[in-house]
Design a binder for this molecule. Structure first.
Ligand SMILES: C[S@@+](CC[C@H](N)C(=O)[O-])C[C@H]1O[C@@H](n2cnc3c(N)ncnc32)[C@H](O)[C@@H]1O
Length: 240
């Protein structure tokens, strides 16, 4: 590790510890605090990432597996997903949930950092990530890794929370995520710091236009994005 890596390593350690703490309540709080919207947003992502016969996707920041399971359910039965995450507690839940859904044979997990993936070049047909890249200490490195592990003609699908453009919607959104969500999360048994981090991380994340530019800089082509639910989330799709 070079001294330049130290801030990223420290950041990643904090993210890992935070998601380890959040894991037991993650699914419940996710559903409640996103007002159920996360389900429809993941469905939109899946519609751009469906896998054909024998195809394979990498789900970066797979968490408890929601995106991976939706993708497997919408794809050819011979397709598979590899899910990576920094948090072992999230991965443990993902593995249990995969077994309960009868998906264990099509879903493998590994503890790995999305900014330094342990896979060879061009090893996946799709790379997907929902609500993960906002947590990267080095976003450029994460996007370059996505590009590297995709085969030629492969596709990256990134779903992320975003800040609405309309001032009225933005003010409501900020009051909700910045004010109500951290309080509600604590009331519902969640981790106060994690749900304070959430609005800060969304505010600090690049705009959809900027993320599209960063994807192009990382070597992607045909980059496009779609704002969902008045801009509360954004779906980016990019090809290799
Ligand atoms: C908000 S959760 C999203 C989980 C899941 N994708 C979903 O849609 O519910 C973000 C996940 O990304 C993981 N994560 C954050 N930074 C990461 C990194 N650098 N490499 C791999 N996983 C990371 C976290 O541990 C967490 O499980």
């Amino acid at each position: 590790m070079s001294p330049d890596d130290a801030p990223r390593v420290e950041h990643d350690a904090q993210i890992e510890a935070m998601f380890d703490r959040v894991a037991p309540r993650y699914d419940f709080l996710n559903r409640v605090l996103s007002l159920g919207n996360d389900i429809g947003w993941r469905r939109r992502a899946v519609a751009s990432a469906r896998l054909g016969d024998g195809e394979r996707a990498l789900d970066i920041g797979t968490g408890t597996g929601d995106l991976a399971f939706d993708l497997l359910g919408a794809s050819d039965p011979t397709s598979r997903v590899a899910g990576v995450d920094l948090s072992t507690a999230m991965l443990e839940r993902a593995r249990h949930r995969a077994a309960r859904r009868g998906l264990a044979a099509r879903y493998e997990t590994a503890r790995a950092d999305g900014q330094r993936l342990p896979y060879p070049n061009a090893s996946f047909d799709r790379v997907v990530a929902s609500f993960t890249v906002r947590n990267f200490g080095d976003l450029g490195a994460g996007l370059r890794e996505m590009r590297r592990v995709l085969r030629p003609g492969g596709r990256a699908v990134i779903l992320e929370l975003s800040t609405p453009r309309n001032p009225l919607v933005r003010a409501t959104y900020r009051a909700y995520f910045g004010g109500l969500v951290p309080r509600l999360a604590v009331l519902l048994g969640g981790d106060r710091d994690a749900y304070r981090y959430l609005p800060r991380s969304v505010a600090a994340f690049p705009s959809p236009e900027r993320l599209a530019a960063l994807l192009r800089e990382a070597g992607f082509a045909r980059v496009r994005f779609e704002r969902l639910t008045l801009g509360a989330a954004t779906l980016h799709v990019a090809e290799t």
